[in-house]
Ligand binder design. Structure first.
Ligand code: S3P
Length: 420
């Protein structure tokens, strides 16, 4: 079967102000918590994409009512009483839904069998199954529970203290959600910080939460009321436009209404250390999430050695960082990437393979990436190394194309101070 692809022509400077779709991580969590809440709540400006729609579908199968209201979701929760689904749950490829919430104590014996998309079947599940079993959950799966599909039986849970062996916000969140149903206290210890949307949403919904350094605690909750929540723009989507502006001469782009949670914006720190002209400002908060704008101007970049402790704060932005580093003068080293091998694809190999296909020199180690010395620069990129599309392309009409009259400088906002 022919696979569709985009035919992209080089275009002039990128100039303008834009907004990006809602944050995927906050959308997943918002849907799950509203499904567990009492009454009706709206998830405003969520991401509606494959993964989050899979989560919505699975939650409907567990008894929540989720209806689309224009760009929003209206959720009527089950008030902690999820029901046994009539069929297997299809999570598509949504890794964030895959760790299921703890079984409801009122739905004892409930049987859920999250069915996995092809990529989920390859991903390691033991990291979430093992601590859930230690809490008393009955979970079965291929390879003793290491691989999906998984079968989860509801039943009583007890709190545990658990140190995450790998930095994973998904595993942390699964245990905190299970902790809401468990007897006693559940404590998750993070060796390095990961995105903290779950903790912020627990506070938004008034759920039990204690954070002391790298220790996060919760305990059994009673029924809690639904509350509306606004989903900020996804920093991971914004990252592509920011890097495009940084590497394209004459560009200046502002992304507004974007989530600037510091556990997500490690990329900004790394790009700044590479010499990027970046400014950002937090203007407001939504559901405990800082929201604001980021401005990127074209800048000459230099290679850096990335601090591995920043990787969990930019785990989904490593591909675009590698692309930025391909334009930088000097070598860039990005260590601590073993987690990228167990995403929906082996991202480590995919990054190196794709950048090499464009004529750039990138080395892939077992756990990291390194670029060639001297920078690669667009002038060394040869379009002849790409496959030409056989179809005429509507994409040739670049919205920022030179001389089109569509260029405009950023309208707003005017920064008063740079980001931190
Ligand atoms: C996510 C956490 C990250 C990230 C994924 C979404 C989340 O995964 O890569 O896209 O919403 O918690 P890990 O928890 O495996 O690091």
């Amino acid at each position: 079967m022919d696979r569709p692809f985009l035919d992209l022509a080089p275009c002039g400077p990128l100039r303008g102000v834009l907004r990006v779709p809602g944050d995927k991580s906050v959308t997943h969590r918002g849907l799950m918590l509203l499904a567990l809440a009492e009454g009706e709540g709206r998830l405003l400006y969520p991401l509606k994409a494959g993964d989050t729609l899979s989560t919505a579908r699975a939650l409907r199968a567990l008894g929540a009512e989720i209806v689309e209201e224009g760009p929003h979701f209206l959720v009527r929760g089950r008030g902690l009483r999820l029901k046994e689904p009539e069929d297997v749950l299809d999570c598509g490829n949504a890794g964030t839904y895959a760790p299921p919430p703890g079984p409801s104590r009122r739905a004892r014996g409930a049987f859920r069998r999250p069915h996995r998309g092809r990529s989920l079947r390859r991903r390691p599940m033991g990291r979430v199954v093992e601590p859930l079993r230690a809490m008393g959950a009955r979970v079965d799966g291929r390879e003793g529970g290491e691989r999906a599909p998984l079968a989860v039986r509801g039943g009583p849970l007890r709190g545990i203290r658990y140190t995450l062996p790998v930095p994973s916000a998904q595993v942390k969140s699964a245990l905190l959600l299970a902790g809401l149903f468990a007897e006693g206290e559940t404590e998750v210890v993070e060796p390095v910080p990961t995105r903290d949307h779950t903790e912020r949403l627990f506070r938004h919904f008034g759920l039990p939460l204690g954070v002391e350094g790298n220790r996060i605690r919760t305990r059994r909750t009673g029924p809690f009321p639904a509350r509306d929540l606004v989903v900020p723009g996804d920093f991971s989507s914004a990252a592509f436009f920011l890097v495009a502006a940084l590497v394209t001469p004459g560009s200046e782009v502002v992304v507004e209404g974007v989530g600037l949670n510091p556990t997500r914006t490690g990329l900004l720190q790394v790009l700044r250390s590479m010499g990027a002209d970046l400014e950002w400002r937090v203007l407001e908060g939504e559901a405990g999430e800082p929201v604001g704008w980021v401005r990127a101007r074209h800048s000459p970049l230099k290679g850096v050695a990335v601090d591995p402790s920043l990787i969990p704060l930019m785990v989904d932005e490593v591909p675009i960082l590698a692309a930025a580093a391909a334009w930088a003068e000097g070598e860039t080293h990005i260590p601590g990437l073993s987690e990228l091998r167990v995403k929906e694809s082996d991202r480590l190999s995919a990054i190196a393979r794709n950048l090499r296909a464009w004529g750039w020199r990138w080395r892939r180690g077992q756990t990291g990436l390194g670029s060639g010395a001297g920078g690669c620069g667009p002038e060394r990129w040869s379009p002849s190394t790409t496959t030409a599309s056989p179809w005429p392309s509507p994409w040739r009409a670049c919205p920022w194309g030179s001389g089109s009259g569509s260029r405009s400088g950023p309208r707003s906002p005017t920064p008063a101070s740079s980001g931190t």
